[in-house]
Design a protein around this ligand. Structure first.
Ligand code: ATP
Length: 255
């Protein structure tokens, strides 16, 4: 399924948060969204997921959801959002309830997503027995369990240490290579954006407007750390972000 954001504008009360944002996310591609704090990235994601309605503009869904899709749009959050009293399998089965699936089918889906996220040995573990990286893998497994058309990821790796982030980025790339999914991935981390994005949308300071959309043609599987093309792109993104952050600071000082 592809997504089109068509001239989205959003306000909270009198505060304009997003202004005339248009983007297209083709099926099977990852769009990373970066921008200064408070520029409306999470708001944009919530509008894509239907949790918030735009004041103007619209979100258009195109094409078909994949076969066996139980939920077309699914979120992955920074804080994992796992129920502490449920096992790994129990947390995943939660999203499979109310779909009229027979128990063997539920078990089969759980086994499949645990295998894909390398968690098969942790079927019965409780969240407190897992590291941060493993908890986020459970959250990703839970998102995959509904076979979504689009994954909406809100800073999914930002609570994790650098090594774990690196490993999970590799995991996301292998998951994508195995079965390309459509995703919108909000991050503050420019290295994540250049590693995972087919496109990167750079938002301005609030109100968030599209400053630039950059397409990266290097296949995800070839994006090794230190690749000169990616390093150069990361530097370019940093300059764009730095300009926005400096301008936001100036506005604070000069009111
Ligand atoms: N429900 C809400 N009601 C009122 N204001 C809100 C609400 N949600 C967010 N805001 C405000 O809207 C602005 C944009 O918030 P949002 O969380 O979308 O930004 P963000 O770019 O994701 O920020 P960050 O990078 O810090 O996570 C912020 O000023 C925030 O305080």
């Amino acid at each position: 399924m592809d997504l089109t954001l068509d001239h989205l504008t959003h306000r909270y009360g009198d505060m304009l948060v997003l202004d005339d944002v248009s983007l297209r996310i083709p099926a099977g591609e990852i769009l990373c969204v970066i921008g200064p704090s408070g520029c409306g990235k999470s708001t944009l994601l919530r509008m894509l997921g239907g949790l918030e309605q735009p004041d103007q503009g619209q979100v258009l869904q195109g094409g078909e959801a994949p076969e066996g899709c139980l939920n077309p749009l699914t979120f992955v959050f920074q804080d994992f959002a796992l129920l502490p009293w449920r096992t790994v399998a129990g947390n995943i089965s939660l999203v499979l309830e109310d779909h009229g699936l027979a128990r063997p089918q539920v078990e089969q889906i759980i086994d499949s997503v645990l295998a894909r996220t390398k968690l098969s040995d942790f079927h019965d573990a409780l969240p407190r027995q897992l590291s941060g990286g493993m908890k986020q893998r459970v959250a990703i497994a839970r998102a995959l369990a509904v076979n979504p058309a689009v994954m909406l990821l809100d800073e999914p790796l930002s609570a994790l240490d650098a090594q774990t982030r690196e490993l999970l980025m590799e995991d996301l790339v292998s998951l994508w290579a195995r079965q390309p999914f459509t995703a919108v991935y909000v991050t503050h981390n420019l290295a994540e954006a250049v590693r995972l994005g087919h496109q990167i949308a750079v938002l301005s300071r609030r109100p968030g407007r599209i400053r630039e959309v950059i397409r990266i043609d290097v296949p995800l599987s070839e994006r090794t750390p230190g690749l000169p093309e990616l390093d150069a792109l990361q530097t370019r993104l940093w300059h764009l972000m730095r300009d926005e952050a400096l301008a936001a600071d100036q506005e604070l000082v000069h009111g």
